[in-house]
Every structure is written in structure tokens, then in C-alpha cells.
Unconditional design. Structure first.
Length: 420
């Protein structure tokens, strides 16, 4: 998982640094907590044990200053240390904080901090919660812009439009994207688009397993590689940022308003046979290895120097390696285009390892014991790899990567080239 972005850490830690214009407390006396929720620690260090958490506007007794900008407080019956910047002589005002959050001349981060504290003061105020949610996404889009300017390759995923039994038709592009995001157990999901709507950038915030998962990136409907009809059969999603962290109760309240509820249908995973509730995700290293391989392999016939691929009634045998947005992987073995009456076998990939030029993929087929697929790549023959361990599904042997040139597809006398 990518390192948590600064804007994301801000609300997760719940320590909001205040502006310089507030009135600071004297060395001793009454003070008020200014951050939305402040950690009171056993020692003046951000690595010290947290003895209690103190909410905004709590009145405390300031006992003494400590080194490096820390102060010792007594809040109720508990004593501890926190940063001087998180306490002040004036009790926080909801109206002032809301006004600051609405000030479009201020930076998004300043407005976001103010909205967080205002909503924490009055968690039943719909205006404050809506503003907090809007500024959360605005911060996320700004962070996406910054990461994009830094460069570096995004994480590309292709999503195929599938037929939906529930809708009795093929899903639209946007429905397919949402389905891909939500084919996992979750509590609620907020999804927003910017710059061109569905064809622009997006931020997805999904709460599951007690954490808030945020994905952000870009959608490229024109980057699809499937067969073209009125809409593309396949489109690209480039994920630039992934973050996960615990969320404050206030932020959860804000993001849950207007969010998509979970799909609780019993047949939620029945539309595509390879999907199920407990789908395993690859480790970061296994995911990197899996993505380093060509996603499409054609089963070769003939000897070296006389290679060709057989096509029968539009069907071509091969292997397709596919990942989803949640870093889960599958291997599709069999007919990789027109399935006809002989659909391919779909197996979940649970792990990937490498030893020299040999890859080992742990597979979990439906109703079968775990299998191991072996790939020798690269080999002495350019653009050709050797797959093994799949005899019960497809003949083992030599396979050409999808971008191989000069290898013919033979189909009842019709000839075309791969890699065009």
C-alpha cells in the first residue's frame, strides 16, 4: 500500500494544527482543546504512550510548559502532554469555524481543518458535515494532481463490460466501474468524478474492515482494447494513489451521508463465476511480479521458425492474466476470445514467486485443490514463454506473448498477424 498522503494523515491522526491568529494561553491556567481530538501523552513526544484522547472545546488546566513546543495539561482527572499549538485560551466557536471552512479565499487544507473541527463540535449539523465531505474530496483531488505532476507510471487496470443478470443487459461504462469497485464486502462507498465526469479523474472512498480505503486516478474510456460497439467493451483505469487508515467518527458521519449502501443481494457474486466474497489479494511483491508478465499469451503450434496459432470458429486457445482494482488476480485458461460452448477455466491467483527466469503461480480453481502453474520466461526463443502445470485445463507448451510479431493465426485458410 502506498505511503499515506499528508492530507490523509491529517484527519486520521485528528491533530489539527491551528492558524497563527488565535489567542494563546499563558504559562498556567484554564485552556481549551482546539484540535478535533487531541492525544494526551505520557511524555512530551509524539512516540509516547497515549493516556487519553480529549475532544475539541474540552476545558483543561495548563500545568507547565515542556520542551520543544509541548505543554503539560490536566483534563479532568488525567494529566499528560500535548503540543502547545493544540490548546488555546478561547473556547472554539462553531460559527467561526464554519465561516472559516466556507472561506473560498483560504487554502483547501485550512478550510478542511476548520470543517473537521466545526463538524466535531456539532456532528448533527448537516451543513458542516456536507462541507467536510466536499472538502475531503477536494483535498483528495488536489493530492492526485500533485502526484500526477511528480510523474511515475500509474497502476493500470482494464475493466470489461459484462452482461448483468440483475439488469438483463450489458452494464454501461459507469456501472461497470462501480461494479468493479464494489465487488467486495463493504459498509458504504462514496465515489466522485471531476474534469469531464466519468471520462476524467475520480476519487473512491470505501469503508470496510474498520478502515477507510481511498483510491484515486483517471478513467480512459478510449484506451479500451476490446471489440467496439456503441460503447467500448473494455476501458482503462489508471490508479495513481491508494491509501488506507482509520477514520474519525466525524469524518465517517460526513462521508456516509449520501454514500452508496452495500449490495446485500444473495446473488451478488453470481454474475461472473470467478467472483466471491472472500477473494484473496496478492501481496505487494507478488502483485508486482504478476504485473511484470504479459497479460495475454497465445498457444503456439509448430516448431521453432514455423510457429502459428490455430483458430477454430473464432476461438483461440491461450492464457489471460488479469488483475482487478483491489489487487486480486485471476488466470483465464482456454478460449480467450469467443468462448462459444467451451468457456475458459478461471482460477484465482493466490501467490506469485520467481526463481531466476522461472515464475511460479499458486492457483485456486473452483472445486479443486490448489495448483501450481510454472512459466519459463524469457526463453531462448524471443517473445515465447513455456507454461506448464496446466495439463488438466489446456495443453502445456510454448506460448507467444500478445505483442509478438511475425507469428501467424491460421483459421480455415484465413491468415492474420499478431501484434497489429
Amino acid at each position: 500500500m502506498k505511503k499515506i498522503a499528508p492530507w490523509f494523515r491529517a484527519w486520521a491522526s485528528c491533530l489539527m494544527v491551528l492558524g497563527s491568529g488565535m489567542a494563546w494561553a499563558q504559562n498556567t491556567g484554564r485552556v481549551f482543546i482546539q484540535g478535533s481530538e487531541v492525544n494526551l501523552r505520557a511524555r512530551p513526544s509524539d512516540k509516547a504512550e497515549v493516556v487519553t484522547k480529549v475532544p475539541i472545546a474540552t476545558e483543561c488546566q495548563r500545568l507547565a510548559d515542556a520542551a520543544k513546543g509541548w505543554v503539560r495539561l490536566k483534563c479532568g482527572e488525567v494529566e499528560g502532554f500535548t503540543l502547545k499549538s493544540l490548546v488555546g485560551a478561547d473556547k472554539p466557536s462553531f460559527d467561526k469555524l464554519l465561516a472559516q471552512a466556507q472561506d473560498t479565499k483560504a487554502s483547501t487544507q485550512v478550510r478542511y481543518d476548520a470543517a473537521t473541527r466545526a463538524a466535531t463540535l456539532d456532528p448533527k449539523n448537516d451543513k458542516a458535515l456536507e462541507l467536510l465531505a466536499d472538502l475531503f474530496f477536494e483535498s483528495a483531488f488536489e493530492q492526485l494532481d500533485k502526484e500526477t505532476m511528480k510523474g511515475g507510471p500509474p497502476e493500470a487496470v482494464f475493466i470489461k463490460r459484462e452482461y448483468s443478470r440483475a439488469l438483463d443487459r450489458k452494464r454501461s461504462l459507469e456501472e461497470s466501474f462501480i461494479w468493479e469497485l464494489e465487488k467486495i464486502e463493504y459498509d458504504w462507498h462514496q465515489l466522485r468524478f471531476r474534469r469531464g465526469g466519468f471520462r476524467g479523474s475520480f476519487v473512491s472512498a470505501m469503508f470496510r474492515d474498520g478502515l477507510l480505503f481511498v483510491y484515486s486516478g483517471f478513467i480512459s474510456p478510449n484506451a479500451g482494447k476490446g471489440k467496439f460497439g456503441k460503447e467500448l467493451d473494455e476501458f482503462g483505469v489508471n490508479i495513481k494513489l491508494r491509501t488506507s487508515s482509520a477514520a474519525s467518527e466525524t469524518l465517517k458521519l460526513a462521508l456516509q451521508k449520501g454514500a452508496r449502501p452495500p449490495d446485500t443481494r444473495d446473488d451478488k457474486y453470481s454474475d461472473t463465476k470467478e467472483e466471491y466474497a472472500g477473494m484473496p489479494a496478492l501481496s505487494p511483491e507478488a502483485f508486482r511480479l504478476f504485473r511484470s508478465l504479459s497479460p495475454l499469451w497465445y498457444l503456439l503450434q509448430g516448431k521453432k521458425g514455423e510457429r502459428h496459432v490455430d483458430q477454430y470458429c473464432g476461438m483461440i486457445s491461450g492464457i489471460l492474466l488479469r488483475t482487478d482494482i483491489h489487487r486480486r488476480a485471476v488466470m483465464v485458461v482456454g478460449s480467450i476470445y469467443d468462448y462459444g460452448d467451451d468457456p475458459p477455466r478461471v482460477m484465482r491467483v493466490t501467490d506469485v514467486s520467481k526463481n531466476g527466469s522461472s515464475y511460479q503461480l499458486q492457483l485456486l480453481p473452483d472445486g479443486a485443490k490448489q495448483l501450481v502453474a510454472l512459466l519459463a520466461w524469457p526463453t531462448e526463443e524471443p517473445n515465447v514463454g513455456r507454461w506448464g502445470g496446466l495439463r488438466m485445463f489446456i495443453d502445456g507448451g510454448d506460448y507467444a506473448v500478445a505483442n509478438a510479431k511475425g507469428i501467424q493465426i491460421k483459421d480455415n485458410g484465413c491468415t492474420s498477424n499478431l501484434g497489429q
